[in-house]
Write a new protein. Sequence first.
Length: 287
Amino acid sequence: MTYYGAIEAGGTKFILAIGNKNFEIIKQIEIPTQHPKVTLTKIVEFFSSYQIEGLGIGTFGPVDVRLDSPTYGWITNTPKIEWQNTDLVGYIKKKLSIPISIVTDVQASCYGEYLYGAAKEKSSCVYYTVGTGVGGGAINKGEFVGGISHPEMGHVIIQKDLQDDFFGVCPFHGNCLEGMISGPALEKRTHMLGKTIPADHPIWKIVSNYLAQAILNTSLTLDTEMFILGGGVFKQKQLLPMVQNEFVKLNNGYKTIENINDYIQLASLDGNQAIIGCLALARDVAK
């Protein structure tokens, strides 16, 4: 039996999974994100019980994803101080002696949706996640879109609503997308967790407009075939049509969009898009 390993590495928890060649999940566990030494030890213990052909990792970042870099696979200047300059790939590879591929968590989600989800009939797509952080990943013809590093779509600067006096929570940019609509931003704005904010709260108009701005800018830049939205904030069911409507208004007929419901959709893999993407990365690197 051929097995692959997957790690979805988040700021509060790591999801570890074993899957077969059909990407059916054989076993999956969650462990808290603790000090790197503790977390990495638990990772190695879990995967040591299986003979896996390869391992795919989708991680919080920033992370060095340049294959020719001496620090490939390192988590770099993350706000999680304990994890700064952690050699994630190097440590695991040394202990398990398996091929490993690493991307950001949102790129992994994008890959999962591209191969088996909402974008499986498309040649290009962009995935945005809105939760504790805000990020984006893009794929064109099977390849991740990037340059010297991975995209940081959550840190694009947005045009603030004239009635919005919030300065943002991002320590680097203030009114970037993440600084204005991430979970911590919503909590600071409303003094409520995102999931408890009423559906008719005026904050959702601001969130939908800011996200639509980012989607339009990315659409004009990359000319991608569709956008997929995920993350905890989209448990607010009213938000997707609000984003779609704001996009249509901002676009103002400039770019031809045949069906906005097809062009901007929710993630379709029941929260497993990152794990499935990581299993696909593991298959790719094991070839």
